[in-house]
Design a protein around this ligand. Structure first.
Ligand SMILES: [Zn+2]
Length: 308
């Protein structure tokens, strides 16, 4: 629970309002990706359980599977019944057409990602997309990306990425594009190594760099690829200026492991909601544990165990 107890009033607040409030409270907003309704149910249930706001994310691949408009309609429906704010982000959007599609479908935020292009081209394409989505909805939160943290929320053999962002390019990028929120490369990485899934290794962040980038950029900061990050580094990263934290691979690992277990429990079971209910519960535990951590609450060892 954050120090602000007026959650019933915050459901009408915009994403920007919630980010501003959380920043003052020294908390981070959890961003959790969903591919289907099982994952969506888990994220919404975790928000209800912890009474903390969440940002629900779907990348282009996840949106293609779910349906961008269908996902937006479901989140809108959940929001009407929720006591806590639920927001929706179009994660890793690589084209103007897809950014516009999400804005028109009613997404609260778009992660515009041209970070694989040379810097100048990234600036030009991001600026164009920011202007286009704000013409659809002026309140939409536009995020841009710089640096390289690899792609794909999957289990990996070797580490990816490595080109860290500098405060100077962060400042230039924000000024030139008009983004509201910057996703830099600060030691984070998409996906998890096997050793991280086993809980034997953790990601470590460049905390000093986060702090310098925050000063230079002067906007909200998002940490992508948060799965498998050391708990203490999360707390310090939020203190250094991170506002939104993306968790995807940890959810996918929990989804896969609990689905395998659930299917193996009774080979004659064919009722989908009986098979899937424990999967929702397992993913929910991971989301709740991360949400509590991002809000400075004590995370029980059992909850950490579930994540590992
Ligand atoms: Zn990402």
């Amino acid at each position: 629970m954050t120090s602000n107890g007026t959650l019933s009033n915050t459901s009408k607040n915009t994403l920007r309002d919630v980010l501003t409030r959380l920043e003052k409270e020294g908390a981070g907003l959890g961003h959790f990706n969903v591919s289907d309704q099982v994952l969506l149910k888990a994220v919404v249930a975790a928000a209800a359980e912890t009474k903390l706001p969440v940002l629900i994310g779907a990348s282009e691949g996840e949106r293609d599977f779910f349906g961008a408009r269908q996902l937006a309609a479901l989140v809108k429906s959940e929001r009407e019944q929720s006591d806590v704010p639920l927001f929706l982000n179009a994660d890793h959007t690589h084209s103007l057409a897809k950014a516009l599609e999400a804005a028109k479908a009613g997404f609260d935020a778009v992660t515009i990602d041209f970070s694989a292009l040379p810097f100048e081209e990234n600036v030009a394409r991001t600026k164009e997309a920011v202007q286009a989505i704000k013409a659809v909805n002026p309140a939409i939160l536009a995020e841009g990306e710089i640096g390289d943290i690899g792609t794909g929320s999957e289990i990996k053999e070797t580490a990816q990425g490595g080109k860290l962002s500098t405060p100077e390019e962060a400042r230039q990028f924000v000024e030139a594009t008009g983004i509201d929120d910057l996703a830099p490369a600060v030691g984070n990485m998409h996906g998890m190594l096997k050793s991280m899934v086993q809980g034997k290794a953790k990601k470590h962040l460049d905390l000093e760099r986060i702090s310098q980038i925050k000063k230079a950029a002067g906007v909200f900061l998002t940490l992508h690829g948060g799965s498998g990050t050391d708990d203490e580094h999360f707390r310090k990263a939020i203190a250094a200026g991170i506002n939104i934290i993306h968790i995807n691979t940890e959810l996918r690992v929990a989804w896969r492991e609990s689905l395998d277990k659930s299917l193996a429990r009774d080979l004659n079971e064919v009722v989908p909601y009986k098979i899937l209910r424990p999967v929702v519960d397992s993913v929910k535990q991971v989301v709740s544990s991360r949400l509590r951590l991002f809000h400075g609450q004590t995370v029980s060892p059992e909850a950490v165990e579930t994540v590992a």
